[in-house]
Design a binder for this molecule. Structure first.
Ligand SMILES: [Zn+2]
Ligand SMILES: [Zn+2]
Length: 805
């Protein structure tokens, strides 16, 4: 009898699956296409860690299940190897990014193959391959032509350690998403993508797309739509006015000060001479703070008076104008109307500087506290003719009246800002733009794509706001495509998130004749997209997932496609930790799958990862746990020793159909851990038998196939000698009539005399505690037992219970 040896069987099947193209769908002719996508891995070190494998295994299980349900599953993989992640790693180890990519690419693909996933190996792509980035550049040009890419001078995020600009989405709580350094603000001229134009569509579609709810919540918050009004405050005897955006026009009578952001363009013109020195000093100090520090709720609010006043448009009251750094330019208009009674930040500011606090909204129930602002809605008071109205109606009336005098307009604002797309780095697709002194900015003619990244010996970021590519003077020089004069190439590269915002459009086209001519073949795209199932990390909610939705909408508007949401379904998986702690290099607890695969095999690791907990919640990786899964698969293996072609008994058949039902439903809902435990129970049951039928072993191999593909293939094709492959066999069906629990009658005796009969579900009738409980609660039996001491209980599972009293 052969032992279970994954190191022998796993490479064997991986090789055969690939050779016989089992997981390579017919891209053009597939009848039931199912695009099963997992998130693009970015190689930021030498190889994959177990977190990647966790995500990919969960996605792969779903894909295999769909394949066995008869779909033409397309499960592509590639490497998001361009960009700051890989470049930072190259910097760290002091090797050229091109060489790092060449070396690690092989290792990544070797690892990906070793996990046993059902990849379409003929459709791989790497973002640093010029066959790919040619089309990333093409995407940029389409954006430019559509007026969606523009160049502007703006205060942008700058990471001093990565020495480049970052998008808002790449700044997490004030820190660089990549290297965790504190991000600064720098005034630079950059390329932007006009994502704000799509803010409303990005928001509205969230109502119907089938995504994990927490990811939708994160996107809604990031887009940050607020409906309100822009109100104009005149400066007396001056041409100036201050525009303020507010979502609470109902509190207008409660304004007691105006707070301008230190960067507000009117600040210096409004500051009176006597106050100038203090104001200038304040502005200087504010410039050193990050926006995050400034808007932090804990911080004590500060400000200085400008000496000027403006007029409240609703009652012409004079209002002092202050400069306060909790007002920021990015959101709204850079001016805050201070309503201390009804806004906590304004309240704190007013308390500190002894400004008036005027209550204009009272709660509908309960009373007002004077220790903090009342931010809720209620009934207007001290608000002239509007007093007595409810907040929403009062606000509407106030805006309506001010509109007539041209002092207000309804407005909607978003927190979302345009996507800063240029990076002063080396390792990315050069932005395909040309700057001509005569003609201005022009796109590189599409026939001249790709603009290849030149090989630079000195490729390290400079930190001057200029890309290292600028050092290659020959490369920078270019002929203007319009006037033929001498012009210069853009030397910034594009953000790595642009590479990954459209990669799934390219996958199905890879390897097709049209791949040379187009970014994505329209007919093929129509067949395979939108993606049927996308599984990945929630942490990309406002990065990759937002950007790819945006580009998809643009492609639709350019009439390249006829859908505008890229993923039919998005499922956010959980994260795994290791021995109770978050995995990190500094802790030294990053788990590399290779060691476990060589010790136990990929199947054991796959099953173990999926057994750690619900897939959307993650789990804790422990060495002791994986050994348990290894023993389980060995137990499955040993069942093959019992193989004997005989009839199944009805009790086994019921178990079998119940297990099929449970595993099918769990797989459909990605409840992998409970599916595995149902299979475990079934295996435990079978292990007690003396023989096992061919049919039963087949079912077991099929049920396990998505989880432990190699082991299942070995049992199916080798041990049972069925036709290769197990994955070309339909998913097992269950007979609903057999999944119902049969009821058994258990005889109840007291001192060996029959005193009653109880009916119980099949599985319960085998459990002594359950039967005992039910028997004791039977009124007839209870009468015999009342007041007596039970000395002994004799129990025959499913048949009889005898109380000896
Ligand atoms: Zn950084
Ligand atoms: Zn020109």
């Amino acid at each position: 009898m052969k032992k279970y040896q994954p190191s022998e069987i796993e490479p064997k099947w991986q090789e055969r699956w690939r050779r016989e193209r089992i997981f390579q769908p017919d891209i053009k002719k597939a009848k039931k296409p199912f695009y099963n996508l997992m998130m693009f891995p970015y190689p930021s070190a030498e190889g994959l860690h177990v977190g990647n494998m966790y995500a990919f295994t969960g996605a792969d299980i779903y894909g295999r299940f769909k394949k066995m349900q008869g779909y033409d599953v397309f499960e592509p993989i590639g490497l998001d190897g361009f960009g700051i992640h890989s470049e930072n790693y190259a910097l760290k180890i002091g090797e050229h990014p091109i060489e790092v990519a060449e070396r690690t690419e092989k290792n990544f693909y070797r690892q990906l193959q070793a996990t046993g996933n059902a990849y379409a190996w003929e459709n791989t792509l790497e973002t640093y391959d010029h066959d790919y980035y040619k089309w990333t550049q093409w995407v940029f040009i389409q954006m430019f032509k559509a007026g969606l890419a523009y160049r502007a001078k703006a205060k942008v995020n700058f990471c001093p350690s990565c020495k480049t600009t970052l998008s808002d989405e790449q700044v997490i709580g004030g820190f660089c998403e990549r290297c965790k350094s504190q991000v600064e603000k720098k005034e630079l001229e950059q390329w932007f993508f006009r994502i704000t134009k799509y803010a409303d569509r990005l928001l509205k579609n969230l109502d119907w797309i089938d995504w994990s709810e927490k990811t939708k919540v994160a996107q809604r918050a990031w887009i940050g739509r607020s409906d309100g009004a822009e109100i104009k405050f005149q400066i007396p005897n001056s041409k100036f006015q201050i525009r303020v955006f507010t979502t609470r026009p109902d509190t207008l009578f409660g304004v007691t000060f105006m707070a301008l952001a230190p960067e507000h363009p009117l600040v210096l013109s409004l500051t009176k001479k006597a106050f100038r020195q203090r104001v200038e000093k304040y502005i200087e100090a504010a410039a050193k703070k990050t926006e995050m520090q400034r808007i932090s709720e804990e911080r004590v609010k500060t400000g200085v008076f400008t000496g000027s006043y403006c007029l409240n448009p609703i009652n012409n009251q004079k209002i002092p104008i202050w400069v306060a750094d909790y007002a920021v330019m990015g959101y709204g208009t850079g001016a805050v109307m201070g309503v201390p009674a009804h806004d906590q930040r304004d309240f704190e500011f007013a308390k500190k500087y002894n400004l008036e606090i005027k209550v204009v909204v009272e709660p509908l129930t309960g009373s007002l506290s004077l220790n903090q602002a009342f931010e809720g809605k209620g009934k207007l008071v001290n608000s002239g003719k509007y007093s007595g109205l409810e907040s929403v109606e009062g606000g509407r009336e106030i805006v309506k009246d001010l509109k007539k005098k041209n002092l207000a307009e309804s407005k909607t604002t978003y927190k979302l800002r345009d996507w800063c797309i240029s990076r002063q780095r080396y390792w990315g697709p050069p932005i395909p733009m040309i700057n001509c002194p005569k003609c201005g900015w022009l796109p590189v003619p599409e026939k001249d794509l790709p603009v290849k990244l030149p090989y630079l010996l000195d490729w390290k970021p400079l930190g001057t706001g200029i890309s290292p590519l600028a050092q290659d003077k020959d490369w920078v020089k270019v002929t203007c495509p319009k006037c033929g004069g001498q012009a210069q190439r853009e030397t910034d590269v594009s953000d790595t998130f642009l590479d990954s915002a459209w990669y799934f459009f390219r996958y199905p086209t890879v390897g097709q004749p049209s791949a040379q001519k187009v970014a994505f073949d329209l007919e093929i795209t129509k067949k395979w997209l939108p993606v049927s199932m996308y599984i990945g990390g929630h942490e990309h909610a406002v990065l990759h997932l937002m950007y790819s939705r945006f580009l998809t909408m643009v492609f639709k508007d350019l009439r390249l496609i006829d859908f505008e949401e890229p993923y039919k379904r998005f499922y956010a998986h959980g994260l795994i930790i290791s021995e109770g702690a978050k995995m990190s290099k500094s802790r030294g607890n990053v788990v590399i799958p290779d060691l476990y695969i060589s010790k136990y095999g990929a199947d054991t690791l796959r099953c173990y990862l999926m057994f750690l907990g619900p897939f959307n919640q993650g789990g804790d990786f422990r060495d002791t746990g994986i050994a348990g899964m290894w023993r389980f698969l060995n137990r499955v293996w040993k069942l093959t020793y019992l193989l004997k072609d005989d009839r199944e008994d009805p009790d086994l058949s019921r178990r079998k159909h119940q297990t099929i039902k449970k595993v099918t439903e769990d797989l459909e809902n990605l409840r992998y851990n409970t599916a595995i435990s149902a299979i475990m129970e079934f295996v435990n049951f079978l292990s007690k038998k003396k023989t096992i039928s061919r049919q039963t072993l087949e079912t077991l191999a099929l049920l396990l196939a998505p989880f432990s593909p190699h082991l299942s293939e070995e049992i199916w094709s080798e041990i049972l000698g069925n036709r290769f492959s197990v994955f070309q066999n339909p998913w097992p069906k269950y007979d609903p009539s057999l999944t119902k629990e049969e009821e058994l009658t258990v005889v109840v005796q007291v001192n060996a005399k029959v005193r009653g009969q109880i009916k119980m579900a099949f599985s319960e009738a085998e459990k002594r505690e359950e039967v005992e409980k039910k028997a004791k609660s039977d009124t007839k039996v209870a009468a015999y037992l009342a007041g007596r001491q039970i000395r002994k209980i004799i129990f025959l599972p499913g048949k009889l219970i005898n109380f000896v009293i």
